[in-house]
Write a protein that binds this ligand. Structure first.
Ligand SMILES: Cc1cc2nc3c(=O)[nH]c(=O)nc-3n(C[C@H](O)[C@H](O)[C@H](O)COP(=O)(O)OP(=O)(O)OC[C@H]3O[C@@H](n4cnc5c(N)ncnc54)[C@H](O)[C@@H]3O)c2cc1C
Ligand code: SF4
Ligand code: SF4
Length: 1018
């Protein structure tokens, strides 16, 4: 048996490999890039922007890698490994990059597996196993398994973006780990390359051969030699993920790692955070999908009582108890402030509880689960809390409440200002009998350090998440260390695990020795040595990690500076500071941001990676098509942050790096709605374009599209001439050459006779002001000039419903119609947009002042009133007008609820056709899609079906541009066009002008505005 080596000796052996990226010379980096390009099929990304985007993850850390490699296959991974070994450049493997402790931040070549290396290789229904490549995302795997009644049950909160390779790397654990365990309990085998380039199969130790067997023997000997130490020092909880799993040979976990007590060498790799081997594939143990679930919501008068009760609750269930999750008072209050979630949370709380526990039972038989709920009710009575349980047996009610639990966390993360909830002790795990004292004591620690934390998550396994609010640019690092030290002492006192879910990385690497003691730590160093003697894989982690509070490794070190910038839009709402103890924020504009709030808005992105999701919702269409970090909301926010802080060179915001990153952003506002911290990239893009165009000038296309509302009336007069472009191949080609407008796209047709020159008798200004049922109709450029029928239809519908309709016009007659300025905003021409917007606000303000609704048809125009116009510095009138601006269907739905649509309902004739609805992205961002469905249901016989789609890809002028056409069509092909093609006889309702055009171009189907369908039934 080999005695553990002293750590210093291990370090000496690691000669020749670079510890820090700054040690990799430009020459070596250049050779690396050249060889990767020549010898592999993968993408080689070495620009400052690419490196910067991969320099962070969901932690507080940042370190520039040498470069980034996106392999197309496992063969590419192997080639990259060989090249890096030759050139002595370290490797940092990466999946979704959602680690919270800095695991994927590091010197070397970052290898991103998530784009291509994501196949399911084998599947065995009988044995319920699947073999997968490391880059596959959990939700994508589970989507495929669902129809077979199976799932992979390590249900991490980041399931929509976490890869199986990353989950194995971190030994991840889900909300239901009490029933299913952690990754280590659910991995049956792994194929992986050690640093020497050899591929090994790691599985049952008793079946191991070759090098894997040899490694197994050595680790077994280490475990045997350290047996008393392991028994003494090793945390005896389910949720211990720190260090290497030396205890596979001497189990210390509450739950054995294997069902039959055998030793599995793959478990050595689980939780090794990429430091031992590069994963080629993983064999996973799948589970049966539970057919039924029930939820009991236990309301507690005190947080302490909730914590104290967890230990009793977990004894219920006889195997059917799958989750006990905490939601504390702060989360409840935050959810009650959200109009969407308040009704849901109200059905679950009794009075004003200090905390609730969500207790879930799952299994095959609902009746049996309902009996478990009865037992929960009884137990709570015995514990002195009769009548404290709300029973949720209905599936939808349960799902809604789980959503609220997630949203609560998101709201907490959206705190504005430099103080942010920081993750570094957020997953310490303690035995349940100590949970109440531990949380109580830690709360006192926070208070002593002038901070506080909100508690949530996995009460069932003693892992409660909590993030104290710290300002990392100022005294945050020092406070973090002080709090970490006190928390560690508590963890030791209560015999818990310091790292209980999120791994070690940079935040906890140095604590491994503290947790396990020097001898086990030495053994870990030997394990590293066995696999990777050159320290090629993620050096300076696990066995020789730097200090957690080394500010040179941080994203916001005290030296972080923002370059002063005068923004074109008003970002003052973000330019604030907060009080960590009370979370109170200061007045807008007082945060001291040299970019007046723009930088702070960008910095709201905490890199959690939620924008990598592919499920329902809009965010992020360009990523869904390209799968490139660069074309992801997170990648864009990181690029902007680096540019604003001078980390991308002197050009800053006006650099090509930034332009490229924002180029495929379709300004859909999907992120504004779906991003947990409300990153609004569409608005950020306007600001960027303003500065970029100021430096580089406007293109002909920018001018043509921007000024469209200004020349529309003249162009319409020349309609036959203006429309020639669509009929002439030569003109199309010329248009592409001169203005970059795709020759293969048709443009909207000009009409000589349009809404603005057709005599329509509508109410005068005086008449509408005097009316009992007044409406002001805002007809935008697109519906006014190109599709007048839509505006006419809206008029007809509103009148049929009994309203007095006035068409909004400019106060000073100059022959031009009202315009929101959107076409100018699309190319960053903020000044011109402001002129338009001001005219519009001045014209509409008198109506808004009388409370008269302002109704529009085109989502992107009308909703500009509720969004960008508020950032143009137009004074108090702008929010006033915004409060009264509604899309036609929003207005009708509101009136329906008020019982004022009886006349319209009586007149609508039945329709016997399938009706499908595609929501415009901005409608989705403003929750304005359900009113469309509601209003269409007024037509007897119509049950509209919502097409589950992201952005249509046209996005204003985006899809017309030659350089974007391919991406634009790919976005439409994700789900919109296939859904439309599936039902050729259906009526497709799409309120967006560009959506209708895209549906026409892509599926040859003429979609209609909802107003047209309603009017046709009158
Ligand atoms: C908001 C939020 C909520 C979270 N909730 C949970 C939760 O409920 N449970 C939980 O356990 N974690 C959670 N996490 C942490 C994180 O999401 C998980 O650990 C996740 O499994 C990481 O997956 P990833 O694909 O992003 O991996 P990455 O972060 O990319 O990588 C994780 C580790 O795996 C290594 N790795 C990746 N690919 C390979 C490979 N091919 N070969 C070798 N090593 C590799 C990396 O080097 C790294 O050390 C949360 C994080 C956030 C931001
Ligand atoms: S943009 Fe939003 S969703 Fe994406 S990583 Fe940043 S905070 Fe998360
Ligand atoms: S606006 Fe749309 S395309 Fe742009 S980053 Fe946000 S979600 Fe992605």
């Amino acid at each position: 048996m080999n005695a553990p080596l002293p750590l210093s000796a291990t370090r000496e052996r690691a000669t020749g490999t670079y510890d820090r990226v700054d040690a990799v010379t430009n020459e070596v980096a250049g050779r690396l890039a050249q060889r990767l390009g020549a010898e592999t099929q993968g993408e080689v990304l070495f620009s400052p922007g690419d490196r910067g985007r991969y320099a962070t993850d969901a932690s507080i850390y940042q370190e520039m890698p040498v470069g980034v490699f996106v392999p197309r296959s496992t063969e590419d991974v192997k080639l990259a490994l060989d090249i890096c070994r030759d050139l002595k450049v370290p490797i940092v493997p990466r999946g979704g990059g959602t680690s919270q402790c800095g695991q994927t931040v590091g010197a070397g070549l970052v290898i991103d597996h998530s784009k291509h290396v994501r196949r399911i290789l084998d599947f065995d229904a009988e044995k319920r196993t699947a073999r997968v490549e490391p880059g596959i995302v959990l939700d994508h795997l589970n989507l495929g398994l669902r129809k077979l009644g199976l799932w992979y049950p390590v249900d991490v909160s980041t399931s929509a973006q976490a890869t199986l390779g990353g989950m194995a790397g971190n030994n991840s654990c889900g909300s239901r780990s009490i029933a299913f365990g952690n990754m280590v309990h659910n991995v049956l085998g792994a194929q992986a390359w050690t640093a020497d380039g050899e591929l090994h199969t790691f599985g049952r130790y008793d079946e191991a051969t070759g090098r894997a067997r040899e490694i197994g023997h050595r680790v077994r000997d280490l475990a045997a030699a350290l047996a008393p130490e392991i028994d003494k020092r090793w945390p005896k909880v389910l949720r211990r993920v720190g260090g290497y799993n030396l205890d596979i040979f001497r189990n210390q976990n509450e739950r054995p790692y294997t069902a039959d007590g055998s030793v599995n060498l793959a478990h050595l790799l689980v939780g090794s955070e990429g430091t031992l081997a590069l994963t080629h594939s993983l064999t996973l143990q799948l589970a049966e999908l539970p057919r039924a679930k029930v939820l009991g919501v236990v309301n507690f008068p005190t947080f302490y009582k909730a914590m104290d009760s967890a230990q009793h609750i977990v004894k219920l269930g006889e195997g059917s108890l799958t989750a006990v999750e905490l939601v504390d008072r702060t989360m409840i209050e935050l959810s009650l402030q959200n109009p969407a979630f308040a009704p849901v949370i109200r059905t679950a709380v009794i009075g004003r509880p200090d905390a609730v526990l969500l207790v879930e039972f799952s299994g095959g038989n609902k009746a049996a689960l309902v009996r478990q709920l009865d037992r929960l009710v009884e137990l709570m009575g015995d514990l002195g809390l009769p009548g404290s349980v709300v029973r949720l047996e209905d599936d939808t009610a349960q799902k809604n409440l789980w959503e609220v639990r997630k949203a609560g966390l998101n709201i907490m993360m959206s705190l504005k200002g430099d103080g942010k909830p920081v993750s570094f002790i957020e997953d310490c795990a303690v035995p349940l009998e100590h949970l109440a004292e531990y949380t109580d004591a830690l709360t006192r620690v926070f208070r002593r350090h002038g901070s506080r934390g909100t508690w949530y998550a996995h009460a069932s396994v003693g892992t409660l998440h909590v993030r104290p609010i710290l300002d990392m640019r100022r005294e945050g690092a020092a406070k973090m260390r002080a709090i970490a030290e006190e928390a560690a002492a508590l963890v030791r006192e209560y015999k818990g695990a310091y790292s209980g879910e999120h791994g070690d990385g940079l935040a906890r690497g140095e604590w491994i020795q503290w947790q396990f003691g020097p001898r086990i730590h030495e053994a870990f160093a030997q394990i590293k040595q066995l696999f990777d003697p050159q320290h090629l894989l993620c050096p300076r982690r696990m066995v020789d990690a730097p200090r957690m509070d080394d500010t040179s490794l941080m994203r916001f070190p005290p030296s972080y500076r923002v370059i002063p910038l005068k923004p074109a839009l008003d970002w003052s709402r973000w330019d604030v500071q907060n009080d960590p103890a009370t979370e109170r924020v200061t007045a807008p504009g007082t945060g001291g941001d040299p970019a007046h709030g723009y930088a702070k808005a960008v910095e709201m992105c905490n890199n959690n990676g939620h924008c990598r999701k592919f499920d329902a919702g809009t965010m992020c269409p360009s990523y869904r098509v390209t799968r490139d970090e660069k074309h992801l909301t997170r990648g864009r926010a990181n690029t902007l942050r680096l540019a604003l802080s001078g980390q991308l060179g002197p050009e800053g915001l006006a650099s090509e790096e930034v332009r490229e990153a924002l180029d495929l952003c379709v300004s859909c506002k999907g992120c504004k709605r779906d991003c947990p911290t409300g990153v609004d990239m569409a608005k950020m893009k306007v600001e960027f374009l303003h500065h970029y165009k100021a430096r580089h000038g406007l293109t002909l296309r920018d001018r043509l599209i921007g000024a469209l509302p200004d020349y529309a009336a003249k162009a319409a007069r020349l309609a036959p001439l203006a429309n020639l472009r669509n009929r002439s191949a030569l003109l199309r080609r010329l248009g592409e050459k001169l203005a970059g407008i795709s020759a293969s796209r048709s443009l909207p047709q000009w009409q000589r006779s349009h809404f603005f020159n057709t005599p329509v008798h509508t109410a005068t200004r005086e008449e509408v002001l005097a009316s009992a049922l007044p409406v002001v109709l805002f007809v935008d450029t697109f519906n006014g000039f190109f599709e007048s029928a839509n505006a006419m239809a809206a008029l007809k519908v509103l009148r049929a419903a009994g309203y007095t309709v006035h068409v909004a016009a400019k106060q000073e007659e100059d022959g031009k119609h009202l315009c929101c300025g959107r076409t100018y905003l699309a190319s960053g021409q903020v000044e011109q947009a402001r002129v338009k917007a001001r005219e519009m606000i001045e014209s509409l303000q008198p109506f808004a002042a009388r409370g008269i609704p302002i109704v529009g048809l085109e989502p992107s125009c009308l909703l500009t009133l509720r969004d960008e116009l508020l950032s143009l510095g137009l004074g108090e009138a702008a929010p006033h007008v915004a409060r009264h601006a509604l899309l036609l269907e929003e207005f009708l739905a509101r009136e329906l609820a008020a019982g004022r649509l009886e006349a319209l309902k009586a007149r609508l004739r039945p329709l016997d056709r399938r009706v499908m609805v595609h929501g415009h992205c901005h409608q989705k961002a403003f929750d304005a899609v359900s009113p469309v469905l509601q209003v269409l249901r007024l037509i007897p016989g119509v049950e509209p079906e919502l097409i589950e789609s992201s952005c249509c890809g046209m996005a204003g002028s985006f899809g017309y541009e030659a350089g974007h056409e391919e991406v634009s069509m790919a976005m439409a092909e994700l789900s919109l066009l296939p859904s439309v093609r599936k039902h050729p006889g259906a009526i497709v309702v799409a309120d967006g002008t560009s959506c209708r055009h895209q549906i026409h171009d892509g599926a040859g189907h003429q979609a209609v505005h909802a107003a047209v369908l309603l009017a046709a039934q009158l």
